[in-house]
Design a protein around this ligand. Structure first.
Ligand SMILES: [Zn+2]
Length: 137
């Protein structure tokens, strides 16, 4: 297990900003800043875990519970007919060495959604709009 704090640990403790869609006691779901499609969410355990070999059964349950919640939002609010979950493990495969599950609508409704924005400000505005849509009651 890594002792130094990574960006996902910082998000879990509110020491780094994130556009949070949902959370429970053990896990948090927030918007990926480089979404493949609109509403692309990452779900992480709040406690640091390197990967699937390092996460507890209770944390997996908490992560998957949020994945189902996000899938319902993707279908009912953003209108996707398919939802994709993907998750990779291992030093070579992970960009950030903290367990994370990708959940996004598809299949490939808009390839690399984030690349359509001309500036970081435009992307940030779109991400904020997406969070508001996805967290409405
Ligand atoms: Zn971490």
């Amino acid at each position: 297990m890594t002792l130094s704090k990574d960006i996902f640990c910082a998000i879990a403790t509110n020491d780094a900003p994130a556009l949070i869609i949902a959370e429970n006691d053990l896990a948090v779901a927030f918007l990926d800043r480089e979404p493949t499609t609109e509403g692309h969410v990452l779900i992480i355990p709040k406690r640091h875990a390197d990967d699937i070999l390092d996460i507890s059964r209770e944390e997996i349950t908490a992560v998957m519970s949020l994945a189902q919640h996000v899938a319902i939002i993707l279908r009912n609010i953003l209108g996707y007919t398919s939802v994709i979950l993907h998750q990779v493990n291992g030093v070579e495969a992970q960009d950030i060495r903290h367990f994370h599950l990708h959940v996004y609508g598809g299949p490939n409704k808009i390839q690399h959604y984030y690349q359509q924005f001309g500036s970081t400000d435009d992307l940030n505005k779109a991400l904020l709009d997406t969070m508001k849509k996805m967290t409405q009651e």
